[in-house]
Design a binder for this molecule. Structure first.
Ligand code: DAH
Length: 343
């Protein structure tokens, strides 16, 4: 028996498990209910009393050694799975950390703001819930005038002469700006606007605009043209052509719509420009003297221009987004396609 114990002692001392499975094998072999330690104690019962005195001590030390070895490794392997392989494989590549990206409309809005900031324009904002005066009357929309029907309005409160509505355009911010300050004004006004339209791929009940206003002494239509030409060259690159078509807005006189050479086909004709080579990007004009007077500005001394563009439209010309609804559905499969920009 002594020999057996000596042999096992050597085995235990040399034992160095590589994983939890080997340690478990060891436990069963030495410490299990049918294991070696148990077996030796069984045999011990049969030895003579003289031998027992010596062997008893040896056997107890052996048992402690077997247990100590097991405990030594037990903690180290505790987090391992059944198969003995470590749960954490440090050689695996790390899990991807998804960084959010700017919404495409924010990207475009920021780009527009940057271009105009470099020209000395400041950024201004106004409320989305507007009164009749700021959204219509001050902008030279007479009451009952059919021009009011150009934009289907969501009314919040109908009250003769003082309707409250969701603003239909950012032009209302021009009025607030001119009422509150003194010329010269040079500002752009981004924001959300609302119109009572059935939602489809091509129309939505809310969208985004950027309004521009420049009022000073001796501002001419040439200033308007050059400013907007500079803007589209910055936005779409050198070689972008522009053309102005006469148009009508109650708050500008003369009024125009500006087209640029199609950003997709560069003018050769495609689906986006309906094979005309041109796409409309904004409305503009010289601020009507009536509007200046409505806002307390001397129209004999000051002149100026204004313009308004849809952000969705600009984004569409950049990325060809066929369905307007994508902008407000927040489907990450759509959103994560746009370049990440952390400001
Ligand atoms: N407010 C117009 C619209 O929503 C856009 C617009 C046209 C704004 C001409 C202007 C402008 O400032 O001069 O359709």
């Amino acid at each position: 028996m002594q020999d057996q114990i000596n042999q096992y002692t050597v085995e235990i001392e040399e034992f160095a498990p590589a994983n939890a499975a080997q340690l478990e094998e060891y436990r069963i072999r030495f410490l299990g209910t049918k294991g070696i330690v148990k077996d030796l104690f069984e045999q011990f019962k049969a030895v003579s009393p003289e031998e027992k005195r010596v062997l008893g001590k040896v056997l107890n030390q052996f048992k402690q050694l077997a247990e100590a070895k097991y405990n030594e490794f037990k903690d180290g392997f505790e987090s391992e799975g059944q198969n003995g392989a470590a749960d954490i494989d440090l050689t695996l590549p790390g899990e991807g950390f998804a960084v959010g990206s700017r919404h495409p409309l924010s990207l475009v809005r920021n780009e527009i703001i940057d271009i105009f900031k470099r020209l000395g324009f400041v950024v201004a904002e106004g409320p989305e819930i507007e009164d009749d005066w700021h959204n219509f009357s001050a902008l030279n929309f007479p009451e009952e005038h059919p021009a009011r029907d150009m934009q289907d309005t969501f009314f919040i409160k109908k009250e003769a002469g003082n309707d409250i509505a969701l603003r239909t355009h950012t032009s209302s911010v021009q009025v607030r700006m001119m009422e509150q300050g003194k010329p010269p004004f040079r500002a752009i006004m981004p924001g959300r606007v609302y119109r009572n339209e059935a939602i489809s791929a091509r129309a939505h009940c809310f969208f985004h605009q950027v309004e521009g206003l420049y009022i000073d002494e001796n501002v001419s239509f040439a200033d308007l043209k050059q400013t907007l030409f500079h803007f589209v060259t910055e936005l779409y690159g050198e070689g972008t052509k522009v053309r102005f078509r006469p148009s009508y807005f109650p708050f500008t006189e003369p009024s125009a719509e500006m087209d640029i050479s199609c950003t997709i086909c560069k003018g050769s004709g495609c689906n986006m420009c309906k094979y005309t080579g041109w796409v409309e990007i904004l409305g503009c004009g010289m601020v009507d003297p009536n509007v200046l007077e409505n806002c307390g500005i001397d129209s004999k001394k000051y002149t100026g221009f204004a313009f308004g563009m849809g952000i969705e439209r600009i984004a569409n010309l950049k990325w060809v987004i066929r369905d307007l609804r994508l902008f407000s559905e927040n489907d990450v499969r759509f959103l994560r396609q746009f370049k990440t920009e952390i400001i």
